[in-house]
Design a protein around this ligand. Structure first.
Ligand SMILES: O=c1ccn([C@@H]2O[C@H](COP(=O)(O)O)[C@@H](O)[C@H]2O)c(=O)[nH]1
Ligand SMILES: [Zn+2]
Ligand SMILES: [Zn+2]
Length: 248
């Protein structure tokens, strides 16, 4: 099944020109957000995408450019749309996202709103256990190396599209995914070294040619335009444009 994808934003955590690096992927009629940073609600609005048309959200890790929009989405779902979205959460993040990130504002003891499940249909996602998002749409967690000691994940979709979210470069993982049929890679890219917790452009340029040709770069800094022509066989993906991916 084909996947269409629009980046709600393509910026690094501190970018000001670009929105947070979040995506909306559509497969077989299911609209799934990949991460939901603090700029995501505004990006949806600018793209004329009604929140009610979003069916679910996947969260890769707990930085604000990836979860900072969840508070607004939770409140609007409960008080305006009166509908729960599916929240696909790596099992390792479920307790922490509530206890350490969202509870402070979303808990409301007066109304007996005490848990993430009061706002969302929480769907735990486990490593090595692909989850069927809907008929024809399968998502698999790929553990990534980002902040030492803190879990973070990319996603491998329908066996041909890999989305790294935040990750330092791990060529071994990319080669294994390619050998399993991956045809398209969306990888984060920090344009300026050093890249302690991110994949620098310098490191990405060491990828073999075949992997570079299938790679789109995202999560970039505000001066991305000045790097055009300096990315080997890799291409910058543009926010708010729609891309279509297939196995072929
Ligand atoms: O251990 C750490 C934690 C954070 N950083 C910096 O923070 C940002 C967080 O944003 P993300 O884009 O979601 O990762 C990160 O880019 C670092 O600049 C860090 O360096 N080390
Ligand atoms: Zn980030
Ligand atoms: Zn991060």
């Amino acid at each position: 099944m084909d996947i269409s994808l629009v980046m709600l934003g393509t910026g690094s955590a501190f970018a000001k020109t670009y929105y947070n690096n979040n995506a909306l992927v559509t497969c077989n009629g299911f609209n799934l957000m990949l991460d939901c940073g603090h700029t995501a609600p505004k990006a949806l609005h600018q793209l004329n995408i009604d929140l009610e048309s979003v069916d679910g959200i996947f969260i890769s890790h707990l930085h604000a450019d990836h979860i900072g929009g969840l508070e607004e989405i939770a409140f609007r779902s409960m008080y305006n749309a009166k509908k729960k979205l599916s929240l696909f959460l790596p099992e390792s993040l479920i307790d922490t996202i509530w206890e350490n990130s969202l509870k402070g504002t979303l808990e409301n003891k007066n109304d007996n709103i005490m848990a993430l499940s009061d706002y969302f249909n929480v769907v735990p996602v486990y490593e090595r256990s692909p989850v069927q998002i809907c008929d024809g749409f399968v998502l698999e967690l790929v553990p990534t190396v980002h902040i030492p000691g803190k879990p973070s994940y990319g996603v491998f979709m329908n066996g041909y599209l890999y989305y790294s979210s935040d990750s330092i470069l791990d060529i071994g993982t990319l080669e294994r995914l390619r050998d399993r049929g991956c045809r398209h890679i969306m990888h984060e890219c920090q344009l300026h070294p050093p890249g302690f917790v991110h994949a620098t452009l310098e490191s990405l340029l060491t990828l073999p040619e075949d992997l570079q040709r299938m790679t789109y770069l995202m999560h970039y800094d505000d001066d991305m335009e000045s790097f055009i022509g300096r990315t080997g066989s890799m291409t910058f993906i543009r926010q708010h444009e729609t891309y279509r991916f297939s196995r072929g």
